[in-house]
Design a protein around this ligand. Sequence first.
Ligand code: ADP
Length: 453
Amino acid sequence: MFWRVLFFVACLLAGGSAGWFAALRSGIAATEWEGLAVGILFGGLVWFLIDWSRASRVLRWLRAGDVSEVAISTGLWGEVSARTRRLVLGRERQLRDSQNRLQDFLLAFQASPNGVMLLDAQGSIEWFNETAATHFGLDAQRDMLQHIGNLVREPGFVRYFAGHDYRDELLMPGRENTSARPVRLSVHLYPYGRGRLLLLSRDVTALEQADAMRRDFVANVSHEIRTPLTVLSGFVETLQTCALTEPERERYLALMAQQADRMQILVSDLLTLSRLEGSPPPGLSDWIAVPALMQQIEQDARALSAALNPAAQRVHALVFDYQAGGEIAGAGNELFSAMSNLVGNAIRYTPAGGDIVVRWLPLSDGRAEFSVTDTGPGIAPEHLPRLTERFYRVDHSRSRDTGGTGLGLAIVKHVAQRHGAELGIQSTPGKGSVFSIIFPAGRCRAQQLPAIS
Ligand code: ADP
């Protein structure tokens, strides 16, 4: 300001003194005082023109809006443009910062495994992430700013949205829901700000399926236990109330023992399954000799075949085919349980006299295949995908009659998975079945390595 006043005064002084001397020298009919006054006026005019041109430059600069450089660097107008520039740059930085922060928030919402949608006070969609787009079948280009009620027409959701009571979540079918592939969503609306709504959606299909499986499982177990229990308590009542002959008593007691055995096998299979699910997979450090395993399985198999066919002339023709020296890394008790389950099934479902071949075959790529081939009734193709489900049975009565629990193949599947192996089932109705477990190369070796001394 000081320099501005100084420049103004200097202009007046310069103009005044120029007017004074001009009047003095020219000798025209004006006095020095008139020359001084005209000079001062002229000086003021010059100052005004210079100032006006500087102000115009600042104004043009402001209008152009390009603040990369100042319009003028000196004087009052210089300071005005410098301060304006600093202010604008500061605001631009603030705007950039808040835009970046908004982008970060949106990216975080985008990364969320849940669907996120923002609705304005009228219920129009302001923003949604990709998961929400998948859940509700939305398109980011087409559906932004549309009213949610026009896009999500599921009656349950329409009622929930219109009801304005958002304390609880809503369970509804997802956009891609079909009877073959159900999709269930949990949707929850949360009011925020001035009448706005945050919508969170979660795919709960797997959770609901697990819940249904758990319910089915409990129902199945209860049913399986209730049947022998009912029989048992019936016999107990008979023993308590009726006068029985000794042979009758013995027959009843034998039947009771049979039912108790059935329950025991069921509980033992259930415990095996829960142990398999709850423990870490077997490591690669314990090597089990295949011949010893096969001998043990063979012993049990021959005993089972004889026990199931006490009156038969011929039991099953059992062939065990394996070479000496094979080893497998894993849990011995699990492998025994899985393999003897397959052999047991072949014996239980193949009528007496049928052929059963149990084979351990090292494959050329280092893997090894355990297989059980029988000449039993075979299994129709529609049952094959469900055979490893718990309590799934093709032939209920034969399964029960031979002490089956419906859990055998579920155990086999678990053991195979835990050993990185594949369970294969091939079957032709009327001809027989082949159940195989192919173990990975990393778990098989041909001969025991010599110990390092
Ligand atoms: P279960 O204890 O009833 O044998 P599994 O899980 O071992 O239960 O087997 C499931 C069903 O698969 C059996 O109920 C039976 O119907 C069928 N199955 C299993 N193995 C054979 C086989 N070798 N031959 C024919 N059917 C079989």
